[in-house]
Design a protein around this ligand. Structure first.
Ligand code: NAG
Ligand code: NAG
Ligand code: NAG
Ligand code: NAG
Length: 367
């Protein structure tokens, strides 16, 4: 899928644009596994990015743009030659221009301050730019949904938050924490460092463009597979869990008039959704206890909600007089039959039945 700009005569590029194009198309015809077939097929689009050492952002940007209708199976041309870049259908991470109307997506130029929006303020990389302009289309195509479907919008935001923003931030050298402290340990396993290691090693005797383009292709495959994993995870697991939590939150007052107890009628990862949805649905007072069946479906759990997603401390821990007790002793203390346990920290407890767990939550609210 790569055409090596280096291998062609530069004079041709500089002075004969039509010839350049026809050469490019000839090159395409040679390497194309996709456009062989009907001679009426439109020529493959050409997407440019810089040559030399590569990063996560343009590898992912090149992968993603090829998932769009317009650039499906486009050929990637790696060069810094402005005369060549000018002839291409889209250009990422090089060229000094951000102009989506001309499919120009560089982020290195002075004055570039583009962010994703929707409350996100991290400066974009070339991957973030492609995602901002094509993310919805890509997600909709992956899921075979209409681009205007509300799930597509939700996934678009969630995938930015959990996957893309970190790539934008690392590329732009933005620290994860507001501190001057040196990090306590190295984190060399994140996607950006793994892509970095795919670059040709200095000691490798073959530093040719061909070798470099092969390495870039591996970087595209790596970043692309992780991006698609994120899309699939969010579509197949995250979104259904979110819908369950949303329904259970909406039903909370039917469960208990306090509105502070939520029953999860089907087990799913609920914590992150709860915090996000409470804000979105303006849930007030906030949920104090969540009831759900344990993994074997035998007992019911009553879990105190933490003050925030990354804190262990509960908004309203189960009563101190119940903590660390089990079975009969706990039932005696609480006056609720069938109690199984309450954790020492008061963040979780169990009863053998739904009614028991509900009685524990209701009693705890009043204590
Ligand atoms: C990029 O490609 C050009 C030829 O198009 C070559 O002269 C240059 O050395 C390459 N740059 C790097 C950093 O490999
Ligand atoms: C629970 O209370 C009953 C009745 O008062 C008593 O007989 C029993 O020993 C108590 N059990 C525990 C474990 O405290
Ligand atoms: C707790 O679970 C046990 C066993 O199912 C049940 O007998 C008991 O009634 C439950 N507690 C309440 C208050 O329902
Ligand atoms: C050593 C190392 O790779 N540190 C990086 C850890 O991750 C943050 C962002 O996630 C980077 O800013 C650090 O450079």
């Amino acid at each position: 899928m790569f055409r090596v700009a280096k291998g062609l005569n530069h004079k041709l590029f500089n002075s004969h644009r039509p010839l350049t194009l026809s050469l490019l198309l000839m090159a395409n015809a040679r390497v194309s596994a996709f456009s062989a077939g009907s001679p009426t097929t439109a020529p493959r689009k050409l997407v440019g990015t810089h040559n030399g050492s590569f990063h996560c952002d343009e590898a992912l940007g090149c992968f993603m743009i090829r998932l769009t209708k317009n650039f499906a199976a486009a050929e990637i041309v790696r060069t810094r030659d402005p005369q060549v870049l000018e002839t291409l259908d889209a250009v990422l991470d090089v060229g000094g221009v951000y102009d989506p109307s001309r499919e120009r997506y560089d982020h290195h130029q002075k004055g570039f301050e583009e962010v994703f929006g929707h409350g996100f303020t991290t400066k974009l990389s070339s991957a973030g730019l492609i995602y901002k302009h094509y993310g919805k289309e890509i997600i909709a195509r992956e899921l075979q949904l209409d681009e205007g479907h509300p799930d597509v919008h939700r996934l678009f935001l969630a995938i930015y938050k959990s996957f893309m923003e970190g790539i934008d931030a690392i590329d732009n050298g933005i620290n994860q924490y507001d501190t001057d402290q040196p990090p306590r340990y190295l984190n060399n396993t994140h996607l950006s460092t793994r892509v970095g290691r795919l670059n040709l090693d200095w000691i490798d005797p073959d530093q040719s463009s061909e070798k470099e383009n092969e390495a870039f292709q591996r970087a595209m495959a790596l970043t692309g597979s992780e991006f698609l994993d994120s899309v699939r995870f969010h579509a197949n697991s995250w979104l259904p869990a979110r819908s369950i939590v949303m329904e259970c939150l909406a039903a909370r007052r039917e469960i208990d008039p306090s509105g502070e107890i939520m029953v999860l009628n089907r087990f799913c990862p609920w914590k992150l959704h709860l915090f996000e949805l409470e804000e979105e649905m303006k849930i007030d007072p906030p949920i104090k206890y969540v009831l759900y069946q344990d993994d074997r479906g035998k007992q019911w759990r009553v879990q105190a909600v933490a003050i925030s997603p990354d804190k262990f401390e509960s908004r309203k821990p189960l009563p101190s007089q119940w903590r660390g007790l089990r079975d009969e002793q706990l039932s005696n203390e609480s006056g609720i039959p069938g109690c199984v346990f309450v954790h020492m920290s008061g963040f979780i407890g169990g009863n053998q039945s739904y009614e028991g767990a509900m009685a524990m939550a209701r009693a705890a609210l009043k204590l």
